[in-house]
Ligand binder design. Sequence first.
Ligand code: RIB
Length: 280
Amino acid sequence: MITVVGSVNLDIVATGKDLPRPGETVTGARLARHPGGKGANQALAARRLGADVRLIAAVGDDDMAEEALKLLRAGGVDLAATQFVNGETTGVALIAVAASGENQIIVCPGANAVLAPADLEGESIEHMMGVLEVSPAALLAAARCATGFVALNLAPALPVTGELLQRADLLIVNETEAEWYGTALHDSGAMVAVSLGAEGAQLWKDGRVIASATPPRVDVIDTTGAGDTFCAALTTALIEGMPADAALSFAVAAGALACTKPGAQPSLAHRADVEALLST
Ligand code: RIB
């Protein structure tokens, strides 16, 4: 069982030709709403890839909460430990997507910011995935309870304690985050996965690259959720005992598939589709 500790958001998405520059107004975009949030996306992605998953998270007591949880419920993610917080709004992400598939995201954390270490202390956690859209202190409390594999997606980049990094078996960052954290990642002793967008990804251990993978070519519609799928797929594969290079190839293929449909959770890959893509 993988316990995901992370965020739930409702994504409000405007898809247009170009992203606005600071101070610019662009018009002509299409509006959509999708369940999202890095924690929720990673939980559903791991579930669609075959893992048993529970999500420890917080949503508000507003109308957006059930809309944000809809695909998790339908997908069979255990939400018994997801709390509804009185007087808080559900997290919201305002997302602009360009015709190129690139995006810009502003997150209003709402109830995600309320998840506290006390909500995690004493939890029964085997394997864990955590993401920094909830507080580092909450992730540390959860990591202290974990008896199995611990994967942390250090996104967005935030100051974290050495203890949190050292409790991880796998740290996952993109290139920008890798630069932000610097040598602290490799000093932790964990494996470090660096996603490189269309270039694929590298897996490091003890300061050297132990695996590299390039993704299959796909038609990119929307990259939202691709990083979350990569995190979930790599973690799931390593927990299953896949060798590092196979696990990384599996993860970049799953991430590539998530770019081929609009929205975060609607685009998360199913296991059979990843395996079919890898076999072509
Ligand atoms: O990683 C994509 C996610 O980031 C979106 O679903 C959005 O909610 C933001 O949290």
